[in-house]
Ligand binder design. Structure first.
Ligand SMILES: Cc1cc2nc3c(=O)[nH]c(=O)nc-3n(C[C@H](O)[C@H](O)[C@H](O)COP(=O)(O)O)c2cc1C
Length: 154
């Protein structure tokens, strides 16, 4: 099977659309992520695959906590704003409606839910860092979750 076929097949997979909120060394950032999923029930744990080159990977290595905003169907624009430019170049918090958790982590106003995670381990998977984290708190708001399909975004 050619690499193109493998990519095409994998691109038929659906994911949610999330925004990872970080705060480290006085710096804040927001990054859209689709490669994020639950990996354990008790305790509730998830993994986030973040490109090694992204600012978010740098901030996550400097801080053990992050927020996950579960975007709603009407937040596609927010996904694009947080997913098309690096926080190294632009203050994305100024581009979208943002709130802060008790822990001081940024999250997306109007998200369907917000989950606070604490990193327990980091592994490398070729070009991505895999952050394994325990979900330490969560809140459900309202709205239906946005689904990621490659053709809707790229
Ligand atoms: C819908 C969507 C999903 C994305 N999913 C991921 C992902 O799971 N992992 C990742 O590393 N980048 C993902 N990206 C790309 C990053 O969000 C993007 O490169 C971002 O600008 C990196 O920001 P940062 O440098 O501020 O961390 C996604 C982008 C979009 C639009």
């Amino acid at each position: 099977m050619s690499e193109k076929n493998i990519r095409s097949a994998m691109n038929t997979m659906t994911h949610g659309v999330y925004v990872i909120g970080t705060h480290a060394d006085g710096k804040y950032n927001l990054m859209t992520a689709a490669w994020l999923s639950q990996v354990s029930g008790r305790p509730p744990m998830l993994m986030a695959a973040v490109s090694k080159s992204h600012y978010t990977a740098e901030l996550l290595k400097a801080s053990s906590r992050f927020s996950v905003s579960v975007l709603t169907k009407d937040q596609r624009e927010t996904a694009l704003k947080c997913g098309s430019v690096s926080g190294r170049k632009k203050d994305k918090l100024a581009e979208v409606d943002v709130e802060f958790t008790e822990e001081g982590l940024p999250f997306i106003k109007g998200a369907a839910a917000c989950i606070i995670c604490e990193v327990t381990s980091v592994t490398e998977s070729s070009d991505h860092c895999i952050f394994i984290a325990e979900a330490v708190s969560g809140q459900v708001f309202s709205g239906e979750a946005l689904l990621y399909r490659e053709k809707d975004f790229f």
